[in-house]
Every structure is written in C-alpha cells, then in structure tokens.
Ligand binder design. Sequence first.
Ligand SMILES: [Zn+2]
Length: 242
Amino acid sequence: MRRIIFVLCICLFLIPSNASAAPKKDRAYYETRGEIVWEITTDQKVIALTFDDGPHPEYTAQILDLLKQYEAKATFFVVGNKVKLYPDVLLRTLNEGHEIANHTYSHAYLSKKNNIKKEINKTEELIYATTGSRCQLFRPPGGFYNDRLVSIVRAEGYKVIMWSWQLDTKDWSTPGVNKIVNRVLNNSKNGNIVLFHDYIEGPTQTIAALKIILPELKRRGYRLVTVSELLNYNKAIPAKIH
Ligand SMILES: [Zn+2]
C-alpha cells in the first residue's frame, strides 16, 4: 500500500503543473492582446519621448523650450497633485502640441490600499478642468501592473503605456548627464519609447542631457512624436505562416 501511495505521489509530481493552468501573464501576454504597450514595431524613424511626474514650474518649462527648439513633440504623464499646483504649465504643454497623459493623483503605487480608479478619475477631472481635454493614456507609477490594474485602466478608457526596457534613463536618480545621454543614444531604435522625468526633487540632469540628445536624434533623422502618434505607426506583427 505504502508503495502504491509513493508511486502515486511521484506521478502527480511528474504531471506538468501548467497542463491546465492559465497562460503565463508575461509581457508577451499583455503585448499581443494590445493591453499594454512597451514600444512598437515600425520601419519609420519615429521615437516617443515621455516625461513623468510633473508638471514642475521650472524643469517642465525648460524642457518645453528645448522641445520647441528642436521641433520635437513629447508625452507628459502628469500627477494630479502637481497639476493642481501648476495648471499654467500643463496648459502651456498642451498648447505647444504635446500630449498629456495620466499618472495617478498622488503617484500611488499599485497596492490594495490605493484606490487606483479614484486616483485616475481625480487626475482626469483636474486635467479636464484645466485644459478642456481628456487623456487616452495611463502609465502606472513605478511601472507596476497586474490584471486588476489593467482591467480598471481599460474600463476607464485608457491604454496602459510603459517604456522600452533599454530606454529607462533613471534620470530621477541623477546618474550623471553622460549616463543619461549614452543610455538614449546607444539604444534608441525605430518605434521606441524613452522614459525621462520632468519632476524630481533637487537638481535635475535631464535638461543638460536633452541638450545633447535632441540635436543628435534629429541629426540621425528621427522624428520625435507623441505616444498616441507613435501608436499609429504600429505594424501589426503578421501571424506565422507554416
Ligand atoms: Zn512616476
């Protein structure tokens, strides 16, 4: 009897555990369903620069000056409590042709205690009250997501936008202007999304880095567009033909 139980246990152990399990919810799962975007596939020379956590009264303004100088458009994932403080900066951002997107009200990380739906709606209302425009894109603070977040965000009418993995500049940690510059210039390809921050505590290196990055990307022939414009260039990956 003991032997039978032992064999049974071994058999159970050998049955692949994922035989009837749900599909693995990795990047490919969300990406192929079109529920989260990290970057797009295109043969066009387009890149989307994104700036998170603002608006900031000085940094955002200086970034807008540079974007104008180099005829670049960008997407700003704003935080509601900063919009409340600096509505003029938000208005200027939109008036200069950039895209405004939602990044929660209080930069709330995904957790059971944070009401993400409330965070999104509060920010949306502030943006609408300031600009008369609504957003289409959302980026979760820290890039943390799960099924619950994705379904809440989609139900509220947004697309979840991340960034190209190789293009997280980590500028919030002030790693040095050269590090930010090299990360972008050594890794940028067609269809990429670059992650910067226009609001950080203390001095920023992002602006000095942009003074090098913007002219160089332009020299290489890239057009810097908003994320929504970038999405229009997405070439659907054709199904494999066997
Ligand atoms: Zn953020």
